[in-house]
Design a binder for this molecule. Structure first.
Ligand SMILES: [Cu+2]
Length: 564
């Protein structure tokens, strides 16, 4: 059935037979926008995909403002590629500034990966060709312009890449686009007070905790609705937020069966009632709608700095789902695909990557957050964990935020700074090159503190001209990524590969995180991944490994590496 016919049928059904029973939800539904479904874009007869990166207009909350999109006003199409078939991408930049288009999750060579070195100047076009050779997956594309990634994504630039393969086609999963196979791109945004633009700032606060909004958007619409057939519904979920962790669940607690993670299908469906998702992550879930009852997809409160403010302090609906009387045709198989067992026996190299936030940035970012929003924004955490030193955790949390505003940034108001007991007591801090405390106080008193280099890996902020290491093609490596030393969530992403998670923050990965992934959770502990690169990346087109909290990435928590 075509989407258009289906929608006609849905409307007819809604009007004719549902009114008495559903009158209340229908009234609400009338004012609720329909879920915008990104257009499926397949290569043309010459195997070409044309993308125009452009400015457009979007209407939110009664205001019309400038937004950015690929081939449209906001977000972009879902580009569908077949495994083993070469595709030619023609990317035209019609923005007022340079951008890049990165194929997040695709195992392609550094030359076509679209990292920060692949700049497309305004008015210029870039052509790249590659042949996807990886299992069916929901990936995405977005800008990777260094120092501007957070801004450009916030303006609206993000699209999906769906990889098809023969094997997944045999599973009879729901695959009618926009009917029972539905993309769900979740993002938070904030508009300026006059509603004229998206209110984005890369400042000391967002460099520390990430940029966050006060409105949740689903495919660019606020709490939209979607009518679906009864049976198995497939949602392709993307956390497209700059910095916000989501915690997805259904309003009536019906289970979600996770069938795929970042890099494709799992070995078998994993039944979950709650699904945490970090920025950049994708999961595909199947939900049973055969009871015909309406429900919401919603995100629960998370314990993350800055992300606890209204309306995120309680379950927030992001999509209203209304099953109709027509039946869906997809199924939920018991088994999905073969996932090889993980083995570290072939590991030839082990690398340790220490993610670091400059304590000055950490501390001053927290100060700024407290000053602006009070401790409701602190996610139950205290200043003590962020450089406030002698102030006991419970005491610092009690300081009213008007007092915090009164504190100057010279350090004199922070008697605890000299002690730094909160920091020095943390494992992983010693010998990690954070600089001594005298140095820190020096920085604290200086107004010239540059937060643009405030986030680091192994002691250095990102340097585009200097890859950090070289890797041999086709060899398995173990990477230990440590977030010891701060309490921040770092969704760590590696380009050019799909890896396996050996451990996450010291624990074995959850079942639904044990398949192919390109983002691993690092938060206050150590995570280990098993990784291999099948394609090449030279110095001029190095691969990136970075925190996908975009403001951490933009302020240095990224490294380049080559594969030869
Ligand atoms: Cu980070």
């Amino acid at each position: 059935m075509q989407r258009r016919e289906f929608l006609k049928l849905s409307a007819a059904f809604g009007a004719a037979s549902a009114l008495p029973l559903w009158s209340r939800s229908l009234m609400a539904a009338e004012s609720r926008p329909l879920l915008p479904v990104p257009t499926l874009l397949v290569p043309d007869a010459r195997s070409e995909i044309k993308l125009v990166v452009q400015q457009g207009k979007t209407n939110w909350l009664g205001k019309t403002l400038t937004t950015w999109g690929y081939n449209g006003n906001l977000l972009g199409p879902a580009v569908r590629l077949d495994r083993g078939k070469e595709v030619h991408m023609a990317i035209m930049n019609r923005l007022p500034e340079a951008t890049t288009v990165h194929w997040h999750g695709l195992e392609v060579a550094g030359e076509v990966d679209g990292g920060p070195q692949a700049r497309i100047e305004p008015g210029q076009q870039r052509r790249v060709s590659f042949t996807p050779d990886q299992p069916a997956a929901t990936c995405w594309f977005h800008p990777h312009q260094h120092g501007r990634t957070g801004y450009q994504v916030a303006q609206g630039l993000a699209g999906l890449v769906l990889i098809n393969d023969a094997e997944s086609g045999k599973l009879q999963l729901p695959e009618q686009w926009g009917i029972d196979d539905i993309p769900v791109i979740l993002q938070d945004k904030r508009l300026s007070a006059d509603g004229s633009q998206i209110d984005y700032q890369l400042d000391i606060m967002s460099a520390a905790i990430g940029w966050f909004g006060d409105t949740m958007l689903t495919n660019g619409a606020i709490y939209p609705q979607q009518a679906v057939p009864r049976g198995w519904l497939r949602l392709r979920l993307l956390n497209g937020c700059n910095a916000r962790m989501l915690h997805l669940t259904t309003s009536d607690h019906r289970p979600m069966y996770v069938i795929a993670s970042d890099g494709g299908l799992l070995a078998e469906p994993i039944k979950l009632s709650e699904l945490p998702m970090m920025p950049g992550e994708r999961f595909e879930v199947l939900i049973d709608t055969s009871d015909g009852k309406a429900f919401d997809l919603q995100t629960l409160p998370v314990q993350q700095m800055g992300m606890t403010l209204k309306p995120f302090d309680q379950p927030l609906p992001v999509l209203a789902i209304t099953p109709l009387r027509v039946m869906a045709s997809g199924s939920l198989p018991d088994k999905l695909v073969e996932i090889p067992a993980m083995s570290t026996s072939q590991v030839s190299v082990t690398r340790t990557l220490q993610l670091m936030m400059d304590p000055v940035l950490d501390h001053r970012g927290m100060q700024a957050l407290m000053a602006k929003y009070g401790h409701a924004a602190m996610a139950g955490m205290s200043m003590a964990a962020h450089g406030a030193g002698q102030m006991p955790a419970d005491k610092s949390a009690e300081i009213p935020h008007d007092k915090m505003q009164g504190m100057d940034h010279s350090g004199s108001g922070m008697s605890g700074m000299s002690g730094m007991s909160g920091m020095s007591g943390m494992s992983g801090m010693s010998g990690m090159g954070h600089g001594d405390m005298a140095d820190m106080q020096q920085k604290q008193t200086s107004d010239s503190y540059d937060f643009h280099q405030g986030n680091k890996i192994n002691g250095v902020a990102f340097n585009m001209d200097k890859p950090m290491f070289e890797i041999k093609q086709g060899e398995w490596e173990k990477w230990i990524i440590s977030g010891e030393g701060d309490m921040m969530m770092h969704p760590f992403h590696v380009h050019g590969t799909q890896f396996r998670i050996l451990s996450e923050n010291g624990k074995p990965p959850a079942q639904h995180r044990s398949g192919w992934k390109d983002i691993v959770h690092v938060e206050g502990g150590r995570s280990e991944i098993l990784v291999r690169f099948n394609h090449l990346a030279d110095k001029a087109h190095a691969y990136m490994a970075h925190c996908h909290l975009l403001e951490h990435e933009d302020t240095g928590m990224m490294l380049g590496f080559t594969v030869s």
